[in-house]
Design a protein around this ligand. Sequence first.
Ligand SMILES: [Zn+2]
Length: 231
Amino acid sequence: MPRRHAEHHLIGRIGWLRAAVLGANDGIISTASLMMGVAAATTSSGQIVTAGLAGLVAGAMSMAAGEYVSVSSQSDTENADLARERQELKTDRDGETAELKRIYIDRGLEPGLAQQVAEQLMAKDAIGAHARDELGISEISTARPIQAALTSAATFAAGAILPLLAAVFAPQRFVMWAIFGTALIVLAVLGAVGATTGGAGIVKPTLRVAFWGALAMAITAGAGALFGHAV
Ligand SMILES: [Zn+2]
């Protein structure tokens, strides 16, 4: 397989993996911290697990809702741009051909060749050429709100389920250590995976995510201990 083709695919995969790791990190840190807060206020495993489950579902739904809304507005913008482009192609085809030509000249083509390429691409698929080369909308970048919403909810839930299972199976007196330890280990592994796929060294990113995870859990446990006994 030619090298250029493999790189192109790898880049697409890196972007997707990074989003998945971030979603899972979110799930782990927010659900584990929530359970740590409850665990600091009560010794009932049932309440800790219920809070974790509610946190998982609420977090996944909130991620899905946020992603759906933001990607939908991106999709709305793309569709409005494409509709405007179609209109311009109908009313000013020569101007649109000249516009493409200018884009190709800016990219380094000779004017004569740029004219040829612009004419041929306009003839083959005018809106496709403008979408890709003028608006930067390609097959890969097209906004897919439902896919994005489902992916982020799934990655959040996949992250959150691990500390939740630790709370389910840990003996009551070790439940906080089980949540804390599981969350830190999984965060460190994801940090290393994220760093490796991005081609960066793994130590710093791993320590970074573990530090913030530990801090979030400790502060929430402190809040739970403080307010738990007050109410
Ligand atoms: Zn155009």
